[in-house]
Design a binder for this molecule. Sequence first.
Ligand code: GUN
Ligand code: ZN
Length: 676
Amino acid sequence: MSRFEIKAKDGMARLGRFTTKHGTVQTPLIMPVIHPGKSEITPQNLVSDLGFQMVITNSYIIRSQEKFKDIALEKGVHGLLDFQGPIMTDSGTFQMYYHNLPSEEIDPLDIIEFQRQIGSDVGTILDVFSDPNVKREQVKSDVRLSYERAKNSVHHKGDMLLAGTIQGGVYPELREKSAMNMAQLDFDVYPIGGVVPLMERYRYADVVRAVLAAKKHLPPDRPVHLFGCGHPMLFAQAALVGCDFFDSASYAKFADSGRMLLPTGTVHLDNLTELPCGCPVCSNTTADELKGLKKEKKALQLMKHNLYVTASEIRQVRQAIRDGKLMELAAIRARGHPELLEAFNVMLENSDQFKKLDPVGNTSSILYTGPETSRFPIFARFHQQILSSYPYSSPKTLILVPDLGSNPFSDMMPNLITALRTRNPSDVVLGFVTPIGVVPWELEHVHPAQQCVFPPSLDLTTRANTISRTTDFIQALNPDKVQWVSRNIPLDNIVQTLQEVFHIEILAGVAKAIESIEGYPEGRVDGGRRKLGAVFSFQWRMKPEFLQKSDIELKVSRKTGKIRYIQKDEDILFTLVPTTGLLTPTYKGGRILMTEGISDRYMVAVNEDAAPFVADGKSALAKFITRAHPDLLAGEEVLIVDRETALLATGRTLLSGPEMLAFSRGVAVIPRHSRE
Ligand code: GUN
Ligand code: ZN
């Protein structure tokens, strides 16, 4: 059973809790590497003064030196380090690789046994480290040997948690193979190993490839550790592709050579006149004073600085996950090094893997950081979802209005919208052309349509994406006629490129567009119902026939004029949430979704133990989930049902369908409204 639970998600990142015998820690987590012999800063101080939660030390070093070994065997590793918090131990794999030790040096089972004897909270198997320079055949045999050892070791873990390292060098298919095999064994943590030399050579793209390959097959309910990743500039990117644990010897190594870690990269003290940081060390001294210190004292001060910066960046990563802002943070961090930008782009190329885990229903703003922004999976998904769900296809006229997405589109042209609201969608459809694609008027308030902020002049990638998404939309909608409302903004000029493919009539300004719309007869059309039809289709892929019934009322906010509720006989059925532009059903609304034939993708079933609690308004815990659709995403509005598919409650998923089935701890669906 896993000790891991998820509290929030963003991208492939997880804000989680991991429970050990010596306490529960919050993830993403960074463990400073402690050398048992020399700790100028004690583990206790790391926790109490610097905000770390857990440390990692090396059982091979402890075992190979009599003075450490005797104390560790007598008082445990917690006694040796004089620390009562959670301690992970490594196995000696890296030492064997680094010092080229013969394989007889350590027995793989002895080292497991030793880690258990000294009371490690999380031990590590003796995996085989493949150097990035060795041939594929060698890596393949290293992977095989690591797996053989893993199979033997896992039976000896006893009540110690055990980490089973994924190897496979720079070969994604070997990483996949390694992960597939290791996933069959009951490890509590899955580290990605063999990446230290890659990180030392700035080969971050290879690191991201290795992580993504492994993540395809690792059980979602186990934390993933990126072995040897201690530079804060990498945390956001690594967390974003799903790494939960990090360890850092860098803080000491870099300090020894006069280097200062920063979230934006590394600087050498010798090159500084001013200290570029606000940590207690940098705030209380000057560059010259630091430079003037004796070697050991200087290293200690730099080490403290490095630790402050490391701890602060991991806190920033956790906050970004809570805020749905990790993608943006990683994009900003990617400016720290061109190879980090390359790694970011590798991740974007794998957006299919990413989109399955990235939660929906986010409310955060997304600020442009560069050409990569329009390629963010959230926008690609929004665009695809509009193409596949927008219900009003084949109109006589499609009117396109260029807009950058940052201003409430229709507020800019109230008269146009007034005219549109009373026309039939089979006559005229209005779409706002933005860098994230064409946003139909009906969906303009759905996140992220108006939460993304692009600069007025588009870079070439963003421009190309805008053109290709607009092309997709026109093709999917298949109108008889396309009109473009010229607004004298830089986005206007993409119309020339579109005109190479489509016949597009240019309208000189909004007044002309109103004329065009008024050319169609007023119908008995309700703009609000038209809007909701598109939202239901977008959100649950369904056509809500019930909306046409005469006893269904739309309640509009007096202040904003926007729809707030769908009601029947004074009962609220659905709330339209202003921040997401999406609907949340009440219990009665949930009943309607069922009678309207909602797809079982949006139903989550719990077992009979949990059913009464869920019906009473309690969270649906992952361990009670018996059915969840493989395509269900985190953040979706769903129905919680019992084994007989009777509705217990409505709620919002915290986990994706596959995650719900995998996890044995934590919440799967947060309830909105329940039966009782
Ligand atoms: N420390 C840094 N890299 C590795 C690795 O690949 N395996 C183990 N066990 N420890 C490491
Ligand atoms: Zn500092």
